[in-house]
Design a protein around this ligand. Structure first.
Ligand code: SAM
Ligand code: SF4
Length: 405
């Protein structure tokens, strides 16, 4: 999620959407993202929309959040009308959702179930910092209907976790995966961060091995991004830490792909690997341009070509909800061309590949050059698509810009 949303157009205070946006509702999978904007401490690299208890200020609290989120789910039902819209995926992210008692997360899920109904086999994920769960709290989430956990493992090297300001030990993340499996979670993801200053190839090899051996069936691995305004950025600027090295990051990506593939996890998006069938359906929905409602401070939503985003601060969010107003800060209506460009940017990163029909003539020529240069290939199962090669995945960001220029 970008740190600063675009400016956009005003959003109506009753939350209503243009009629056009509602006409195709139900023709694509529909999901909920629920943002829980709380963390016990802030990791030095992270610029997510999240607040420690000290940063919250009067007017918002962890304890009152559940009622506000439930109120927004009910508002979603009023805005979307009574069309049959079983929810295919729910993703509770943060922040650290598991700082709330499991019963609160269960109540939000129950509100979604009561208002919309869950589709058969719905995927229901919660993110968690490994030291914010116990075997008992995981069992409670499972009982309430959560099917998938996503833990921030990041690294197994203590000195790397220290640079990242992580509060958990390396072992705690692996134990959390075991506990989640033991209480019956169908799917478990672990997040890894690579190319942290001071991380060696051997450190990352050990992290990959731990992730593969943990019982997780999904791994997301991202190069450390030095976000402006974070403590990490300040430390690098002061010369206390070296900057992230792009060549090292590229080597680590190759290392990740090789280790995870060997462990039976295949890439399905540039930064995501899964056992076949364990791909994150919720994230696939974002990448394929499906519809979802975003609940909570700063949450983004997309329905039928209209995108909107909520006010960022929990106090501003609470104030809107308390008077029955929509928390949307602004919105934008995407033109057909905007949607095409966005679709290309996201789909080209998927293993399923990019349909060539989505490209302009100029874009097709860029794709043909990419195939000639070994950055992409015509996928074997569908001649009408191009898919990135391993080298293409390394250069994905530059390539996608050229495809839509
Ligand atoms: C909301 S957090 C996950 C849940 C929980 N808050 C945690 O950290 O364990 C989502 C993930 O974003 C990733 N992330 C956040 N900031 C990042 C950055 N600057 N560079 C790379 N990855 C980042 C981390 O891997 C983190 O696990
Ligand atoms: S625990 Fe997760 S969301 Fe919270 S500050 Fe750390 S990385 Fe960011």
């Amino acid at each position: 999620m970008p740190s600063l949303p675009p400016e956009g157009d005003p959003a109506p205070l009753d939350g209503s959407l243009p009629v056009d946006a509602l006409t195709t509702l139900g023709s694509r999978p529909f999901g909920f993202y629920v943002h829980v904007p709380f963390c016990s401490t802030r990791c030095g690299y992270c610029d997510f929309n999240t607040y420690t208890a000290d940063e919250l200020g009067p007017g918002a609290s962890r304890a009152s959040y559940v009622d506000q989120a439930v109120a927004e789910v009910r508002m979603a039902r009023r805005v979307l009308g009574d069309v049959d819209l079983p929810v295919e995926t729910v993703f509770v992210g943060g922040g650290t959702p598991t700082l709330l008692p499991p019963g609160d997360l269960g109540r939000i899920l129950a509100a979604i179930r009561d208002e919309f109904g869950l589709a058969r086999g719905a995927e229901v994920t919660s993110e968690a910092n490994p030291d914010s769960v116990t075997a008992a709290s995981l069992a409670a989430l499972r009982d309430d209907g959560f099917t998938r956990m996503s833990f921030g493992l990041q690294s197994t090297a203590p000195h790397v976790l220290q640079v990242l300001d992580r509060t958990h030990t390396p072992g705690r993340a692996v134990d959390a995966v075991h506990e989640a499996r033991a209480v019956g979670f169908e799917h478990v993801n672990v997040d890894l961060i690579y190319a942290t200053p001071g991380e060696t190839e051997a450190d990352f090899a050990a992290s990959l091995q731990a992730a593969a051996d943990s019982g997780a069936d999904h791994v997301s691995a991202y190069s450390l991004i030095v976000e402006d305004g974070t403590r990490l950025a300040a430390r690098i600027r002061r010369g206390e830490l070296p900057d992230v090295d792009d060549d090292v990051a590229a080597d680590r990506y190759l290392q990740a792909d090789s280790a995870l593939t060997a462990a039976g996890l295949d890439w399905y998006e540039v930064s995501n690997w899964a056992r076949p069938g364990a791909e994150c359906r919720h994230n696939l929905g974002y990448w394929r341009g499906d519809d979802w409602w975003g609940v909570g401070p700063g949450a983004h939503a997309h329905v039928g070509g209209v995108r909107w985003w909520n006010v960022r601060h929990p106090v501003a969010y609470a104030a809107r909800i308390l008077v029955g107003e929509s928390p949307a800060q602004a919105r934008e209506q995407l033109s057909a061309e905007d949607r095409r460009v966005e679709d290309v940017l996201l789909r080209v990163r998927l293993h399923e590949g990019l349909p060539l029909a989505m490209l302009t003539n100029a874009g097709r020529m860029v794709a043909a050059d990419a195939v000639r240069d070994g950055l992409a290939e015509q996928s074997a199962y569908d001649e009408g698509r191009v898919r990135l090669t391993l080298r293409g995945r390394l250069l994905a960001d530059a390539l996608v810009r050229d495809l839509v220029d």
